[in-house]
Design a protein around this ligand. Structure first.
Ligand SMILES: [Zn+2]
Length: 425
């Protein structure tokens, strides 16, 4: 190494204007999802930035107009030293026409120590800081002993899991840091899975037959799918309350395991008995649970509700779980991520945070979900650690503090240098 850590950290301080400029540049690429399919230009910019720093580039379309970019900096003694994945998503939350942005979501403003613009907190700030870590190392001739894999992914905001594709493509490391919004806490997360529950009648009846369905001696064995779905919604509420009193996880508020009946669709029009009803639910579960178990609990409970109803017993509801996109198949999965506080990577990141930021490191659980779970799912120890506050993410006049962005960049730099210089056990 030609420069010591203190020199590199001082260089970050001295060049913080460049981090701000880089973030403003990233924000100026309009990459909201939905509608998505708009990240190609931003990703070309990231790829070029990484290429100039000596990274090998792997770029491929996850969807047309939405490529993933992976930049690989090969370590000088990779076999013997820890490798690291740094991951961030380049898509940002959607904007609605008429929102009260000061200058427009993609025309960033720098003022009073903050940068305002869509994606500053979630999470182009994290991406800009992480890219600048690589810039500083390149400019100071730092060659890392272990491999560094930089992933700029698409689709996170709509559950399209560009990160999952990176894992499936074979990218792995001894640790991953997802630089998504965490207010510089070191975080794991609970999981989220969406599902569709469908109640469907094998026959379709005219509205005029309802009397025969519900009255004594009517003789028609039929039902309104909407009324039966109401029973299922009640059942979901019972299970949600049961979870609230029986499940807990350290660091998560009690009752975080929710089942939200988010969208309901059903019926044809007023001249029919509703022969189909579909319910879209969002299920949150704790970091130490997995979606297969959670799904089984829901299907068993609703199976019990159905078996107690003469019509649902014969016409049981069906379930479709998860999905690959909120805009294609209207479903998503964000696996949970448990952070091991005793993992050497977690300890090192906490130590670097305390040393560089001069603040106590906080290891806790994100109240939202990120791509971090895909690494946990792939068996890669991972943490979420990034600048920006969740209350600003997705908001009008979204912003990030420049101080925090610079602190993040310095902590990440210290962590990257130390982690990839540590010999594998
Ligand atoms: Zn995010």
């Amino acid at each position: 190494m030609t420069a010591d850590l203190d020199q590199l950290l001082a260089a970050v301080e001295a060049r913080q204007g460049e981090i701000v400029d880089l973030l403003c540049r990233l924000v100026s690429f309009e990459t909201p999802a939905p509608p998505a399919r708009n990240t190609a230009e931003a990703q070309q910019f990231v790829a070029q930035y990484l290429r100039e720093l000596g990274a090998e580039i792997d770029i491929w379309d996850v969807h047309p107009g939405d490529p993933n970019v992976v930049g690989i900096l090969r370590g000088s003694d990779a076999g013997a030293h820890h490798s690291l994945i740094i991951n961030g998503h380049v898509d940002v939350a959607a904007v609605e026409p008429g929102e009260a942005w000061e200058t427009g979501p993609f025309r960033p403003i720098v003022r009073d120590g903050v940068i305002i613009g869509r994606g500053t907190a979630d999470m182009k700030g994290g991406l800009a800081g992480a890219l600048f870590v690589l810039r500083i190392m390149a400019d100071h001739g730092v060659a890392l002993p272990g491999d560094l894999i930089f992933q700029s992914v698409i689709g996170e905001e709509v559950g399209e899991a560009g990160t999952l594709q990176c894992c499936e493509r074979g990218y792995t490391a001894d640790m991953a840091v997802v630089v998504d919004t965490s207010d510089l806490h070191i975080q794991g997360q609970g999981g989220v899975i969406t599902g569709w529950i469908t109640v469907k009648s094998p026959q379709t009846f005219h509205d005029g037959t309802r009397g025969h369905m519900i009255h004594a001696g009517g003789g028609v064995f039929g039902a309104s799918a909407i009324e039966k779905m109401a029973k299922i919604i009640q059942g979901l509420g019972e299970l949600e309350r049961h979870w609230a009193v029986t499940k807990q996880y350290p660091g998560c508020p009690l009752g975080s395991t929710t089942i939200n009946p988010a969208v309901i669709e059903g019926g044809r029009h007023a001249a029919f008995i509703a022969d189909e009803c579909r319910l879209w639910i969002t299920v949150h579960y704790y970091p130490n649970e997995n979606f297969a178990d959670v799904i089984r609990e829901i299907e068993e409970h609703i199976g019990g509700v159905a078996s107690g109803d003469p019509w649902l017993r014969v016409n049981p509801p069906t379930f479709v779980w998860g999905g690959t996109s909120m805009i294609i198949d209207r479903g998503e999965i964000f696996p949970a991520l448990e952070v091991d506080p005793a993992h050497p990577g977690t300890i090192l990141l906490a130590t670097m945070h305390e040393r560089v930021a001069a603040q106590k490191a906080i290891v806790d659980v994100s109240p939202t979900v990120t791509d971090g779970g895909w690494f946990g799912d792939a068996g890669i120890p991972a943490v979420i650690y990034g600048p920006g506050e969740l209350r600003h993410a997705h908001s009008v006049n979204e912003q990030v503090s420049i101080d925090q962005l610079v602190t993040f960049t310095k902590v990440l730099l210290a962590f990257v240098l130390n982690w990839t210089s540590t010999r594998k056990q």
